[in-house]
Structures are given as structure tokens and as C-alpha cells.
Design a protein around this ligand. Structure first.
Ligand code: WTA
Length: 671
């Protein structure tokens, strides 16, 4: 039905024009995709989506979403001003779209499969049960005075109650801010304060890979100085007894039991806020990207359905944590808006052993599986027998996101995990874009995919590349900074509380387009490959971190004069983190002790996942004469490529380069 609606809005078939302008080729072997449900009009549809976005998106929004009142205006966007608004005048509720309309037709269909950390244990939650849980939480929130527009911080384990908490916020128009449960108390506190959250929802403890995580205790520390927080709701995950503050703390399940399983869904405007999600940028302060209702849910649902070729009855598994955008769009909102069965993966890929994913695929009969390159690289090192041990015949689509997927990992995923018969979709997108933007599309009939290439823009997406001189790069066989020319409905609308920063970061660098912060190349066939961040952001082990965030933590140590952090290519992690630290002249402390303290400070302020892999205490840093740190040089040193340092003679202090090269080699060798 939806499939028909997609194609019905395409009215004319346009011939695709491929211009091959340059001779340099980025050669890669081509692998066949094996789509089950082919949409033959993809090219025409893509053209239509760019040429006539109002009709294209308007038709989709009308037919795919349930409206209380249909919108009057499809879009009101001005990329020059960073203004993005969709479906104005429309009224709807996202939780109604994700639950109620499915409950009315198929109440007993499984909405969630909770793959608990404990091996071999899963629980199913039907759409009816999900609705009941959601309504009970929504009613609990109302009882505690949470109203439309209030911010709710969520610091919970991946679980059905986490999903129901998000949907309960959506139901009453509160704005959730999910914080990954690996962040420290300090990081949680700064996010709670930035958004002035009225309540925090957490659990007694979390468990990951068999290890206990003290969630409630962390929240207790975080909220000590948060006057805005009135209540802390605590879900029971392990049942452990945890410190309790009467009057403030509320047992979530007990409160829910008192409540009705019905709660009317608030009628909201298309552009009312749905959630905010913090992500790292190039300054020390994380930014709360704000997403709104109709455009976001439309885009999350459409991309989930088409990129993964999802059909009713399929079991979909995105193993990301819900604390990241991938968890929001690909675990929760995209699948649920499509009435899908979605898996909530609470564990880690190597627990109890590196066969965990594939054992789960066999047991739950998973069809579409979505993970991060770092997990694929980790598992391929553990040996193929962990994969072969389990039956993976149900798999049809294998996705990945978060960093470039190198050819070796792509081939292993395709040949070993997929047995050479599944479609691999390397998807490129960001917290800011809300949904997948560049990706192979199995349902499009495009039958070829290149390892390491996200390939082609999704419907409505027009990528453009700029060179360092801010000139638009036309034609193929070019590489530059990746920008997006046309607004899409799922894009973030602002940074919570700092619209100027939003404009400065995304819309002012290249006027008239959205700047992604990534570099990309467009090969001779017009296919895209992402080359990595061009700003001071590091993608490490599937986490996104700003170098400035780490530097400001280290700068706070009274012994540190200056710190510079860079990401460098790493076989397993995609990028690893290298910290260069200059101490104040008078400091005589042992270097190892200082490094130990810096590691502890980063764990305290951000989380242990952010601790750099290498540290160097150095007498100086390579800087230009105007005082700018030459991070390119620091990266080459970290990668052990002194031969690629280039001309360093124009630096303020050229000999410092050989000093840091020697220090690096003494400490970490030449490999
Ligand atoms: C990177 C994750 C290469 C990129 C959904 C982007 C990728 C950042 C890919 C966003 C890919 C994401 N190939 N790099 N397929 N997908 N990235 O906000 O640098 O956590 O800007 O969103 O991850 O990370 P975020």
C-alpha cells in the first residue's frame, strides 16, 4: 500500500543524466544487490523529489501520516536563513502515529523484542501492550505536573520502558532529551541544566556485557545542583536497592500501576518540538539538536522502509543504543511509525562471546540487521566460526552507519555474515539530518553497490561539494566538503537555546546550503564516498566527540598549560584519539601520574568511552605564526607517517616537529 503511494506521486520519467567529466577513477569492485521488492521508477521518483518537492513530500505526508487536521502549507524553508519548516497548519501526534493507528488494526502484532543483556533472553511487547505502557507513563507524567513543552531527561537502559517513556513524552507534547547511559554524572548534569529538564527518568542500575552500571547513583550525583529537577522516576532493572530521596524519587512501575491505560494523545502542531538530542561539535559545549513532529516522523519512517526494504512481518534489528540518533530514528521512531517489529538490543557484540549478534539473528529470525563499522571490524577479527555457527538464512539486508566502512570490513559483512546473498547498505547521515541521507536503496532497483560507498542520495536529497575556496564542484570525479542543497523534512530545526550557533555551524559556512562537517568524494559514476570529518569532530568506536570537549577537560587541570586532541585513522576504531599535552613550566610531577589523572578527569566529565588512546606530554605544539595549532601535523605524527608531514619550515617553531616525532616513536614505536 505504502509502496504504491510512493510510486503514485511520480508522474513523469526523466532520463538520468550521468556526466563523466574527469579521467581519474576511484575504482572499486561492484557487487550485486539482491532486492526483493523492486521499485522500477526510482530515477524518475528521485528527479520528481528534487524538481517538485512540495508535491512529492506533500503527497507522502498526506498518505503516510495520520493527521488530526491536515496541513495547509507543505514547506516554508529558506536555506539562506537556515529556516526549515514543514507541513504548517497541520496537527497530529507522533505517539498516535507510532502506536494507536497500528493497535486499531493489529493490536497483537509484536512492536518490540527486548534482547536483554543476559544471553538467550528476550521479551516481546505487542503494540497493544506498548500503548498501555505509554499511556500509563503519560498519565504518571501528567500527575506530576509535566505539561506540553516541558523537557524530560531520560537516562535509561535500552528497554521497552525507555521506548514507552519517549512515546509518553510525545503523547503529551513534552520534549525528551535522551542521554546515553554511558555518559558521566557531569556530562548528564550539563545536559539537564542546558535544557532545564523538569524531571529525569532512570533505572536503579543498568547491565551491559554482564557488568552493572550504577544509573541511579549517577543521576543522584548529577542532579545535586540542578534546581530545575523536581522528580526522578526510577525503573527497576536489576531490583538492587539504591539510595532514595523521599519526595523527589518515584518508583516508575509503581506509579504506572495506579494509572489508566488510556491517555488521549495531545493534538500538536507539525512544528512543535518532539525531542532534543545532544551531540558534539567543534566547541567544548555539546549542542542539543532539536527535532520537530511531522517532518521528522515522516522522514524516519520513509527511510526505514525503503532503505531496509522493510515489509510487515519482518523482524528488524538496529543494535545501536537508543541514546544516539540512530537509536531514535532506526530503533524507535522509524520502525514504529511503519508498524514494524523492532529489536531493542541491550547488550554488547562480544557478550557472552563474539557470536552474540548471529545467535540472536537465528533465534529472533532477523531480516534486516543494522550496526556500526567498529562492531564489524571487531567481530571480523574474532574469526568466521562465530558467524558460521548460526543460521542466518533469514537475513536480507545488512546495514551500517557511523563511520566509513573500509573495503575489508564491507567484504566480510557481505561475504561472511551475509553469505554473499544480502544487500549491504552503508548509510550516511547525522544527528542533524534526522534520517538516512546517502545510501544504496535495495527497493530502488539499483543493483550495484561499491564497498565503502554510501552511493546515492535518498529521495529529496541533493548533495553538493565545495572546495577549500568555497567554490561549488560540478561534475564527477571530485572531492570536497559535503553540503546538502535542498531542505528535507527530517532535518533539525535549531540548537536548543542557541539558534545563532545553529546558523554559524550549519548555514553560514556555505550560504544557501546545509554544511555537514564531512568531506566526501563523488566518483566517476557519480557515487558518493565519505572521507571523514573536516571539522574538529572525531568519530571513535561509533561515538561522536568534539576535540574541544576533551581539550577543555584537560585544560582544567592546574598543571596543564595547553592540550591538543586529534583523531587519527585506526584499524579497529575507525578513528582513535591522541592527546598532546603541554605542562606548565614549574610542574615536576611524574608524567605517568599526570596522564592517569587526565584519564580520570575525562571519565568524570564525559565518560570512560571518551578517554584518548594515546597521550604525549610535549614541550610544545606545532603552530602557525598566528598561533593556530597545526592539527594536520599532529595527526600525521599519530599515524606514524612523518614522511607525510610536508613543509614545516613556516611554523613558529619548526624543530618542535622532530621533537614530537621522536617522542612518539620512543613511546609507541614506529608502527
Ligand atoms: C559519520 C550517526 C562515513 C559522519 C547517524 C557524520 C559516516 C557523523 C557514515 C554523524 C557513513 C555517519 N560513512 N561516515 N556511512 N555515517 N558517518 O551524528 O562523519 O552520531 O557526520 O550520526 O558520523 O554522527 P552522528
Amino acid at each position: 500500500m505504502v509502496h504504491r503511494l510512493i510510486t503514485s506521486c511520480c508522474t513523469r520519467v526523466l532520463s538520468s543524466q550521468t556526466r563523466v567529466l574527469c579521467s581519474r577513477s576511484f575504482s572499486s569492485p561492484l557487487y550485486p544487490l539482491q532486492p526483493k521488492h523492486v521499485d522500477p521508477n526510482h530515477d524518475a521518483l528521485y528527479e520528481e523529489s528534487l524538481n517538485n518537492p512540495e508535491r512529492f513530500w506533500g503527497d507522502l505526508a498526506k498518505h503516510r501520516l495520520r493527521w488530526s487536521k491536515e496541513f495547509d502549507t507543505v514547506m516554508d524553508c529558506d536555506m539562506h536563513k537556515g529556516k526549515i519548516s514543514w507541513f504548517l497548519g497541520g496537527k497530529l501526534n507522533v505517539s498516535d502515529n507510532c502506536i494507536d493507528r497500528h493497535v486499531e488494526v493489529t493490536p497483537d502484532r509484536t512492536a518490540l523484542i527486548w534482547e536483554k543483556d543476559e544471553p538467550n533472553q528476550h521479551q516481546r511487547v505487542s503494540y497493544r501492550e506498548l500503548k498501555e505502557m505509554t499511556c500509563q507513563i503519560a498519565n504518571t507524567f501528567k500527575q506530576y505536573g509535566i505539561v506540553k513543552g516541558d523537557r524530560v531527561a531520560v537516562y535509561m537502559p535500552v528497554s521497552p520502558l525507555l521506548v514507552a517513556t519517549m512515546l509518553a513524552c510525545a503523547r503529551i507534547g513534552a520534549v525528551h532529551s535522551v542521554v546515553f547511559a554511558g555518559f558521566s554524572a557531569e556530562a548528564l548534569k550539563s545536559r539537564i541544566l542546558d535544557a532545564s529538564c523538569k524531571v529525569v527518568v532512570t533505572a536503579d542500575q543498568g547491565v551491559r556485557g554482564g557488568k552493572v552500571i550504577e544509573l541511579k547513583r549517577t543521576v543522584d550525583t548529577a542532579v545535586v545542583d540542578c534546581d530545575c529537577v523536581e522528580n526522578v522516576f526510577v525503573m527497576s532493572r536489576t531490583g538492587a536497592s539504591v539510595p532514595w530521596k523521599d519526595g523527589r524519587d518515584v518508583k516508575l512501575e509503581e506509579a504506572m500501576e495506579q494509572q489508566s491505560t488510556e491517555c488521549p494523545a495531545e493534538v500538536l502542531d507539525s512544528e512543535d518540538p518532539l525531542f532534543m538530542l545532544y551531540t558534539s561539535g567543534s566547541t567544548g559545549k555539546p549542542k542539543g539538536l532539536l527535532h520537530t513532529q511531522a517532518g521528522y516522523i515522516l522522514y524516519a519512517g520513509l527511510t526505514h522502509q525503503l532503505v531496509f526494504d522493510y515489509h510487515h512481518g519482518d523482524v528488524f534489528a538496529c543494535v545501536s543504543d537508543i541514546g544516539w540518533i540512530n537509536g531514535h530514528s532506526s530503533v524507535v521512531y522509524g520502525p514504529l511509525s511503519n508498524g514494524a517489529t523492532t529489536t531493542l538490543f541491550e547488550s554488547v557484540p562480544t557478550y557472552p562471546d563474539p557470536g552474540r549478534y548471529w545467535e540472536m539473528v537465528e533465534r529472533l529470525k532477523i531480516k534486516q540487521f543494522y550496526t556500526a563499522p567498529t562492531a564489524i571490524r571487531l567481530l571480523l577479527k574474532c574469526g568466521d566460526h562465530y558467524v558460521h555457527k548460526y543460521n542466518r538464512d533469514t537475513l536480507t539486508t545488512l546495514g551500517c552507519v557511523g563511520e566509513p566502512l573500509n573495503t575489508g570490513a564491507w567484504e566480510w559483512y557481505h561475504n561472511v555474515v551475509g553469505g554473499g546473498r544480502c544487500t549491504v547498505v552503508d548509510t550516511w547521515w547525522q544527528t542533524e539530518t534526522g534520517g538516512i541521507m546517502i545510501t544504496p536503496r535495495p527497493s530502488s532497483g539499483h543493483t550495484r553497490s561499491k564497498p565503502g560507498f554510501p552511493m546515492t542520495p535518498f529521495l529529496g536529497v541533493e548533495p553538493v561539494l565545495y572546495n577549500d575556496q568555497n567554490e561549488l564542484l560540478e561534475g564527477n570525479n571530485v572531492s570536497g566538503r559535503l553540503c546538502i542543497k535542498k531542505p528535507t523534512p527530517g532535518m533539525a530545526r535549531t540548537i536548543y537555546g542557541d539558534h545563532e550557533r545553529f546558523l554559524d555551524t550549519y548555514y553560514r559556512p556555505y550560504p544557501g546550503v546545509y554544511f555537514t562537517g564531512d568531506g566526501a568524494l563523488r566518483d566517476k559514476d557519480g557515487h558518493y564516498k565519505i572521507t571523514g570529518r573536516v571539522d574538529d569532530v572525531i568519530n571513535t568506536k561509533g561515538h561522536r566527540l568534539g576535540t574541544a570537549e576533551l581539550e577543555s577537560v584537560m585544560d582544567e587541570d592546574p598543571r596543564v598549560a595547553e592540550a591538543a586532541v586529534v583523531g587519527y585513522g585506526h584499524e579497529d576504531y575507525g578513528e582513535a584519539i591522541y592527546a598532546y599535552v603541554i605542562l606548565k613550566d614549574e610542574v615536576r610531577d611524574n608524567e605517568e601520574l599526570i596522564i592517569k589523572d587526565l584519564k580520570a578527569a575525562i571519565t568524570k566529565h564525559i565518560g570512560s568511552f571518551a578517554v584518548p588512546h594515546c597521550f604525549m606530554i610535549t614541550p610544545g605544539l606545532p603552530k602557525t605564526r598566528s598561533g593556530k595549532i597545526m592539527r594536520r601535523i599532529l595527526r600525521k605524527v599519530a599515524e606514524n607517517k612523518p614522511e607525510e608531514l610536508g613543509d614545516v619550515s613556516t611554523l613558529a617553531d619548526p624543530p618542535i616537529v622532530s621533537t614530537i616525532v621522536e617522542k612518539h616513536q620512543q613511546k609507541y614505536g614506529t608502527k
